[in-house]
Design a protein around this ligand. Structure first.
Ligand SMILES: [Ca+2]
Ligand SMILES: [Ca+2]
Length: 323
């Protein structure tokens, strides 16, 4: 049988001088005739799994040196691609990939490693998934008024108005600086960020006429609440003050008004949604008016203060008047 290898030329030798593993198999060469031939191998990528990140992570690094090896220990060069720039940006510094947050969703990163030899480009793809912050569960109790922000889109309230709910970022020695943002998030809740001292955001929800809310509560859900130390003072009295005020007022803005400052509620940061309910009878006078919940034409939120590096920022959902 051994003579056959000298008689029958395999196709692979006729076509090419390249000796392939297939030819070895054909000839029946084995270790009893030749020392093992060490063939330079391409790099191997292993252990690169999908990455799940929470919103707000900022930057995340992956060192490919921990996942890629080369039999000969050759220098590996990398290339990376990113399938979805609305979710992440990526940059590569030697072996280290830096992933920068852009938005919620999923993006595929493909890394190609090579030892520089022809045909030795090896690729692997993994997904980076950034979770969405979901809105609070829908309120199912008995509500006289409820603003749930559902189905209104995502983005600035300038582009995505909330029916009957208006927002103003006004200025006090403001000098044109961006005050922050008021955005609809994930088609289901609102996010407010205020980051300029001596300015305020005013919002008002028009009830379309006075309503009697005697015995009822103002309620809302919040999450991701962060703020500088709230002062309990109003910005008009103390321009450096920082606080948030919930209020109601009658339709003429002159007969009845009540307010409650969030500094008195001791809200704390939480990723999960928290519910707050306050009896309207616990509101105190707004603008010297009687805090009379039987005559309510508008409800709203006023936010003032905060700094660029220390903003008032929170998510809010299901704000309304309930039993
Ligand atoms: Ca190699
Ligand atoms: Ca909602």
């Amino acid at each position: 049988m051994k003579n056959r290898k000298y008689i029958i030329l395999p196709t692979c030798l006729i076509l090419s001088l390249t000796v392939t593993t297939g030819c070895f198999d054909f000839f029946g060469f084995d270790e009893s005739y030749d020392p093992p031939l060490i063939i330079n191998q391409p790099p191997v990528i292993s252990g690169l799994n999908n990455v799940f990140l929470s919103p707000g992570f900022g930057k995340y690094e992956i060192d490919f040196a921990n996942y890629v090896s080369d039999q000969e220990g050759e220098i590996i060069n990398y290339q990376v691609t990113n399938s979805n720039e609305s979710v992440i940006d990526i940059s590569l510094d030697n072996t280290v990939l830096t992933i920068s947050e852009v938005g919620a969703g999923s993006s595929d990163i493909t890394v190609t490693a090579t030892d520089g030899r022809e045909g030795h480009d090896i690729s692997a793809t993994f997904a980076v998934i950034i979770a969405s912050v979901l809105g609070a569960e829908d309120f199912t109790g008995n509500a006289s008024v409820l603003i749930d922000f559902n189905g209104l889109g995502t983005g600035s309230v300038v582009d995505n108005p909330v029916p009957n709910f208006t927002f103003e970022g006004l200025t006090f020695e403001h000098d044109g600086t961006d005050f922050g943002s008021i955005t609809l998030e994930n088609n289901d809740h609102l996010m407010i960020t205020h980051n300029v001292s001596e300015t305020y955001i005013w919002s008002e929800y028009n009830l379309g006429g006075n309503q009697d809310f005697t015995g009822k509560k103002l309620r809302f859900d919040y999450s991701h609440f962060t703020a500088p130390t709230l002062s309990g003072a109003h910005w008009e009295d103390d321009p450096t003050a920082a606080d948030i005020q919930l209020y109601f007022v009658d339709e003429t803005w002159g007969a009845s008004g009540g307010q409650k400052q969030i500094s008195s509620l001791n809200l704390e940061y939480a990723e999960n949604w928290q519910t707050v309910e306050i009896l309207l009878s616990d509101f105190i006078s707004l603008w010297g008016l009687p805090a009379d919940p039987s005559t309510v034409g508008y409800i709203g939120i006023e936010v003032w203060g905060g700094e660029q590096g220390d903003p008032i920022s929170f998510r809010i959902d299901n704000i309304g008047i309930v039993d």
